[in-house]
Design a protein around this ligand. Structure first.
Ligand code: CUA
Length: 171
């Protein structure tokens, strides 16, 4: 199992365990014979609202700086044009140089896709949405020579899972 697959499996197992705990807690709360203390419940409601807001703000601050959108390509970058369609990627050129930024110009000729680049160990390196009628830009620098896999990360039809491509990076 690759590192990414392990993270996903462990994450889902944790989520399943948490859901089970919550379901049992809700079920038990329906069995309680104690009188309802509305004032105490109202106070708890405010506390849980504050906790949810704090979690959402933390998630936002922890991820917003990783968003790949809006970066402009430095001078001397390589340009690669990518077209997504049901169900393949057209990548031109398919060979790029390592350690020189690549500016991908991506578009879709039909429905929404997501362009994702993986290294040889199956680790996700970068990804962006690719939508019809708009050119999406992505700047990425490959550090190691090798063959990189391109997958589609947005469900785009019955053969979404075979929508693959490769990029070759040379020294
Ligand atoms: Cu394209 Cu899924």
């Amino acid at each position: 199992m690759s590192g990414t697959a392990t993270v996903i499996a462990v994450g889902y197992a944790g989520l399943a365990a948490l859901s089970l705990v919550l379901a049992v807690a809700v079920w038990r709360s329906t069995r309680s014979r104690r009188a309802v203390d509305a004032a105490r419940l109202a106070k708890r409601e405010n506390a849980s609202l504050a906790a949810v807001v704090a979690i959402l703000v933390a998630l936002l601050l922890g991820t917003i700086f990783l968003v790949p959108y809006g970066e402009s390509a430095p001078a001397g970058s390589q340009r690669v044009s990518v077209t997504g369609f049901q169900f393949a990627w057209l990548i031109e050129p398919q060979v790029v140089k390592a350690n020189v930024p690549v500016e991908f110009e991506l578009t879709s000729s039909d429905v929404s896709h997501a362009f994702a680049v993986y290294d040889e160990d199956g680790v996700l390196l970068t990804q962006v949405q690719v939508v019809p009628g708009r050119t999406q830009k992505l700047v990425y620098t490959f550090e190691e020579p090798g063959t990189y896999d391109v997958l589609c990360l947005e469900f785009c039809g019955f053969a979404h899972d075979v929508m693959r491509g490769t990029i070759e990076v040379r020294a």
